[in-house]
Design a protein around this ligand. Structure first.
Ligand SMILES: Nc1ncnc2c1ncn2[C@@H]1O[C@H](COP(=O)(O)OP(=O)(O)O)[C@@H](O)[C@H]1O
Ligand SMILES: CC(=O)N[C@@H](CCC(=O)OP(=O)(O)O)C(=O)O
Length: 236
């Protein structure tokens, strides 16, 4: 995946990578005997959990991605949505604890980083108006960042082929109405809920929004070069 990003960047395409890290956060919480709890695909985040989230996202995943990108010949800058107060957020729901809903994204730092020839790699954390760090689902952060950048394209990567029907068949195209029907009927659930909501939100500002299978070799090159998507495309 990073090799594709480095190649696309070398071809003059400005790429911004927003990463998650849910499984690693779960692993570390378990090591520290801190319970793991999700509501509608969002992590319930108390103060102790937030410390682990920040440690894993910024200290581990972000820095590993930067190191790997550099190793592949790319020039990467690692940062989080807290840097320069890029992501302004507020507590989404008191019951979830320190989980952020995004108010605004200031994309000026990212634009400067891209214009200077770097690939920004962003951990999904934000700050509220009091400077409190908030944990933001990576898909939600990506959607707002893409919107603020007026991106041409937003590609969500997952560990499935795209949105699937209960029989496993792929849904190649999805509009808002069908997405809501599938959510209501429980066909879209768990971690796919914030992803689908993020896709619908992004569609307001970004013309091309896809969910594709991050396990497929060179899926990003395929997405950029072929006119047809391999996963699910969201349509207005
Ligand atoms: N209709 C659906 N189609 C495909 N995956 C779905 C669907 N509903 C729920 N899922 C689940 O959502 C998961 C993707 O969410 P998650 O793993 O949280 O995302 P992330 O890629 O952000 O880590 C899939 O692995 C799958 O188990
Ligand atoms: C609020 C919330 O759920 N934050 C996520 C942030 C990381 C993430 O989104 O990671 P994935 O892309 O692997 O799911 C979390 O704590 O797991």
């Amino acid at each position: 995946m990073l090799q594709d990003i480095v190649w696309l960047h070398a071809c003059g395409i400005k790429v911004v990578l927003v990463h998650g890290g849910g499984p690693s956060i779960n692993e570390w919480l378990t090591k520290f005997n801190i319970p793991v709890h999700f509501e509608q695909g969002l992590r319930v985040t108390d103060a102790q959990t937030l410390n682990v989230v920040r440690m894993v996202l910024c200290g581990q995943i972000n820095q590993e991605l930067v190191a790997m990108t550099e190793q592949l010949g790319g020039r990467a800058v690692g940062l989080s949505g807290m840097d320069d107060h890029m992501i302004h957020a507020h507590i989404a729901d008191e019951r979830l604890g320190f989980v952020g809903a995004v108010d605004t994204v200031d994309a000026s730092l990212l634009e400067r980083i891209c214009d200077d020839g770097y690939i920004p790699i962003i951990a999904p954390l934000g700050l509220d108006e009091n400077g409190q760090c908030l944990n933001i689902n990576a898909d939600v952060a990506a959607s707002h960042i893409a919107g603020a950048l007026r991106a041409d394209r937003l590609i969500f990567l997952s560990n499935v082929r795209g949105i699937c029907q209960p029989d496993g068949s792929l849904i190649p195209e999805l509009n808002e109405q069908l997405a809501h029907e599938l959510i209501e009927h429980g066909v879209i659930s768990g971690g796919m809920l914030p992803k689908v909501n993020a896709c619908l939100e992004a569609l307001q500002d970004v013309p091309c929004v896809h969910i594709v299978d991050g396990r497929m070799a060179h899926v990003l090159l395929y997405e950029m070069l072929e006119s047809q998507t391999v996963g699910t495309q969201f349509i207005r």
